[in-house]
Design a protein around this ligand. Structure first.
Ligand SMILES: NC(=O)c1ccc[n+]([C@@H]2O[C@H](COP(=O)([O-])OP(=O)(O)OC[C@H]3O[C@@H](n4cnc5c(N)ncnc54)[C@H](O)[C@@H]3O)[C@@H](O)[C@H]2O)c1
Length: 200
């Protein structure tokens, strides 16, 4: 699927984004464009990518429409991972709104009228809390700012797909875990539990 494609990963210096960039290279993408606004603090996630001439690391912000539009338009596939996450969203609701909603809107607007396929990273947090099992058709009722902004972003994705024919896929990740994940704070519950078990 990624062979010979120009692949853009927003939030590409993050936990999941950096693995997607690795995978795109393994699948012989022609070019991998990594967009992230805090490149310095996540540089370690990109170390393995730096030697590969197909990788272009572009520090910048998805909220900046003039910055992000040309990058999206020259990409065949965009993995849109950039986000303000659960705890950060509560600490800074305006950044949450800007990155998760406006950032996604900018990506979709740029993809409108192009052949770019946007794969949007959403979250189980759009569903909210529930004491019983949640089925695929569970009606979303987010209970956090993060859940609200990510659900809004999903709805923009669906609208752009239906009304403007933008190629969009939405993936609702739940508890993703693995190497390069932070194991502090409140996110990444599996990593947090495992690291506590290892420390008794
Ligand atoms: N990790 C999980 O378990 C999990 C679960 C559900 C959903 N998700 C979603 O998956 C995606 C990736 O999550 P992650 O765990 O890799 O997070 P992460 O925090 O490791 O990576 C996100 C990256 O986005 C960058 N970023 C933030 N705001 C930006 C902006 N305005 N412009 C450009 N870059 C920006 C950050 O610097 C960071 O490197 C997110 O959209 C998140 O909502 C993750």
């Amino acid at each position: 699927m990624l062979k010979d494609k120009v692949v853009c990963v927003t939030g590409g210096a993050g936990f999941i984004g950096s693995h997607i960039a690795d995978r795109a290279l393994r699948e012989n993408a022609r070019k991998v464009i990594v967009v992230d606004n805090v490149i310095a603090s996540r540089q370690k996630n990109l170390r393995q990518l730096l030697a590969d001439k197909r990788v272009v690391i572009v520090p910048g912000d998805v909220r900046d429409v003039d910055f992000i539009t040309p990058i999206i338009q020259k990409s065949d596939i965009v993995f849109h991972e950039a986000a303000s996450k659960l705890v950060a969203s509560l600490k800074n609701p305006r950044t949450d709104l800007g990155t998760n909603i406006v950032g996604t809107f900018n990506v979709l607007m740029a993809a409108k009228g192009s052949d770019t396929h946007v794969i949007h990273a959403s979250t189980g947090s759009v569903l909210g809390s529930c004491d019983t099992a949640m089925k695929e058709d569970f009606h979303p009722r987010p209970s956090t700012l993060y859940g609200i902004s990510k659900l809004t972003a999903e709805r923009y994705c669906v609208f752009f797909a239906k009304e403007f024919g933008v190629k969009v896929s939405i993936l609702r990740y739940f508890h993703v875990f693995g190497p390069r994940q932070d194991y502090y704070g409140e996110a990444g519950v599996i990593n947090i539990f495992l690291s506590r078990i290892l420390r008794n």
